[in-house]
Design a protein around this ligand. Structure first.
Ligand code: NAD
Length: 466
């Protein structure tokens, strides 16, 4: 552990990027031993101080200890373990075949770290969304500046306190703050900017990064539909949709935003959704220790304004002083209503009725490409059609949100839901440059054939070898 006097010298953005850049230039972050030591230190921090982070998440979002573990702390630990297990393999050079015309020669790809990366994270999973990208950045051998969300102040403070104490403070810095601090950071030249949040700010981030020709990853949101077809097990579908939706009080980027119910599934699923909510959170979810709260008054007011956009099947209660909004299902929702125009990002689940799968596909394709598309159907034909005829960051049948926990899968959006991807080996791709390396001995000089002056014979041979 470093003395507090050393930790205090965080400095302004220009000083921080200069300091980290100088540290990167020494090569200290490149050895695999350094990278693994950072990952193990982060893992130890999360396991030994679980309660500290769980308490911060509870203070920010009323997260239950179970959800704090499964979706944030444990999730990040799993990401670290997966990375540690595979890092040697992921960082090994890859041999590539060389063309006959170049023989003898050897070619390979070698991953190299980018330098200093900036990670800007949001408030809804304030620990996971700051640390999972950091795992990739460190594993790839980079220095990193983390800018946690000011809207989750307890988690932000915990990260700012602990990360420089357990990680290499020459290579990792945490900058707390809101728009002015993030703007000041974005004025600096980074080697990659990794932003998670909304598309409006995503555009600001991309424009700022463009000034330095810095590549960006944008992990954004949007409206992720859950298509439900008749003939599927509606009780289980309703339970799973309710589970994915009302986790973290609906403030999950991949949560099913709305149900797109085909034919008679629209009315048939209503009672099942109501039952699922009662089974999970009781008759009065306000008293459930497993149900979260809305992050702030602004979002509370925005969300309560949407509660009248349909017939209430279950829920609808709210309490501003506690920033509580009951898990709410709305039926008979007009596709043009406010609740269907913007990402909901709260515990309100509209059910929109469409007559058939063709209309469901047209509905999806008529809007921005979603971060995730979920479908509950017993028909293999429907699955094939949804796969072939729609585009989304991810497509999952039978379960929402869980594709994030499949470590071999990339996580990221497409179009308005984002660009770039991460998790596991995909983080290595994001936070590394894959360098092409070619090594051809000077002797024998087999290239004579390629040098001018060209003769007919040379040309014939060259064409044959190409
Ligand atoms: P937020 O308000 O916490 O903002 C995210 C980050 O951007 C913060 O660090 C904040 O300080 C910074 N920021 C805000 N305004 C800025 C500005 N004008 N200039 C520079 N930086 C600025 O979080 P949010 O955007 O409200 O998060 C919710 C959104 O994020 C939703 O759309 C959700 O779907 C999406 N999201 C996506 C993912 C994903 O992995 N794809 C995960 C979580 C959330």
């Amino acid at each position: 552990m470093l003395p507090d006097s050393d930790l205090a010298r965080a400095g302004n953005p220009a000083e921080i990027t200069a300091r980290l850049g100088a540290a990167f230039a020494t090569g200290r972050t490149r050895p695999l031993d350094w990278r693994k030591a950072q990952l193990r230190a982060l893992r130890d921090l999360l396991t030994e101080h679980q309660q500290v982070f769980a308490a911060a998440l509870n203070a920010d979002l009323g997260k239950s200890a179970t959800e704090a573990h499964t979706t944030e702390i444990g999730f990040t630990v799993n990401e670290i373990d997966h990375t540690l297990r595979h890092l040697d393999r992921w960082t090994r050079p890859h041999k590539v075949r060389t063309p006959l015309s170049l023989a003898p020669a050897r070619a390979r790809t070698v991953r190299e770290p980018l330098g200093t990366v900036l990670i800007i994270s949001p408030w809804n999973y304030p620990l996971q969304l700051a640390l999972a990208p950091l795992v990739g950045a460190l594993a790839a051998g980079n220095c990193a500046v983390i800018k946690p969300s000011e809207l989750a102040p307890a988690t932000s403070a915990a990260l700012a306190h602990w990360l420089p104490r357990v990680l290499d403070p020459h290579a990792v810095a945490v900058v707390e703050g809101g728009v002015p601090e993030t703007t000041a950071l974005l004025d600096q030249r980074f080697d990659h900017v990794f932003y998670t949040g909304n598309g409006t700010v995503g555009r600001i981030v991309m424009a700022a990064a463009a000034r330095h020709l810095t590549p960006v990853t944008l992990e954004l949101g949007g409206k992720s539909p859950a298509v439900v077809e008749p003939g599927t097990d509606l009780a289980t579908a309703a339970r799973r949709i309710a589970w994915g939706k009302f986790m973290n009080a609906g403030q999950t980027c991949v949560a099913p935003d709305y149900v797109l119910a085909v034919g008679e599934a629209a009315t048939a699923i209503e009672p099942h959704l109501a039952t699922a909510v009662r089974e999970m959170y009781g008759a009065d979810p306000a008293t459930s220790g497993d149900y979260g709260r809305i992050v702030n008054d602004r979002h509370f007011d925005r969300l309560t304004g949407l509660l009248t956009d349909g017939r209430t099947v279950v829920g609808g209660d709210h309490d501003r002083t506690a920033r509580y909004i009951a898990p709410t299902v709305l039926a008979d929702v007009d596709p043009g209503s406010a609740v269907m125009r913007e990402e909901i990002f709260g515990p309100i689940l509209p059910v929109v009725h469409v007559p058939d799968l063709d209309s469901a596909i047209a509905f999806i394709n008529g809007r921005d490409k979603p971060l995730a598309l979920y479908a509950f159907t017993a028909s293999r034909h429907s699955k094939r059609r949804l796969l072939a005829e729609t585009s989304s960051g991810a497509l999952a049948f039978g379960i929402p949100n869980a594709h994030l926990t499949v470590q071999g899968l990339p996580f990221g959006g497409v179009g308005e839901s984002g660009q770039g991807r991460y998790h596991g080996s995909y983080s290595m791709d994001t936070f590394s440059h894959t360098k092409a390396v070619l090594d051809k001995p000077l002797l024998p000089d087999t290239l004579r054939l390629a040098y001018p002056p060209f003769t007919r014979r040379k040309e014939r041979l060259l064409r044959r070898m190409a």
